[in-house]
Design a protein around this ligand. Sequence first.
Ligand SMILES: C[S@@+](CC[C@H](N)C(=O)[O-])C[C@H]1O[C@@H](n2cnc3c(N)ncnc32)[C@H](O)[C@@H]1O
Length: 202
Amino acid sequence: MIEGLGELLAWNGAGLLSAGLTVMMFGLAVVLVVQAVINGIGPVPTSRAVRVRIRPLLPDSIGGDILELGAGWGGVAMCLARMYRNNKVVAIENSWPVWLFCWIRARLLGPDNLTVVRADLYDVRLDKAGLVYCYLFPDAMRKLRTNLTQAPPGSLLLSHTFSVPGMQPVQEVTASDLWRSPLYLYRLGAVDGSADASGGAV
Ligand SMILES: C[S@@+](CC[C@H](N)C(=O)[O-])C[C@H]1O[C@@H](n2cnc3c(N)ncnc32)[C@H](O)[C@@H]1O
């Protein structure tokens, strides 16, 4: 009788746990979709083919912090943190489930110069940036123009697929992925505070 009761309780416990997990996963999926609709973009990661193309574009050292605006699942931020061990790398993401995954991943695997922050990318100050990386969408690039004026002279912006309207990249390359994704490298921080369109060799 007692044995039967124990089995019943264990069965109910396991049932409750699995129901709880299902509800939680469903809730996270709903939040993820809603946030993607609000943001105008979902957490599509930079592919390996594009990451390979990024590496030779960047200088050996960066003066200042490295920021990934809209870091998604954290793949690029982790690569950058490993490439630049002496720089602070900040991964910014506002979608709760995506941020949580990225934060746990960085805690478990990330180098200790990587910080994952839940914030709106348009609210982030860029005045300590040495390098900014983003993979967003055309409207976000337009909105970001104002924020980019905060970046110190000589800092860099690397944008996956989408260019900054009205700015001239110092380098533009194409990745070997299916979409032949373009990568735009900009030099930021002109003396007059406007995004520098003149550029120069990196
Ligand atoms: C196309 S994904 C790129 C992810 C990552 N940067 C990569 O290249 O693998 C764009 C990311 O930006 C995030 N995002 C969009 N708008 C944002 C905002 N206003 N604040 C913070 N993150 C945002 C999205 O949630 C998404 O994870």
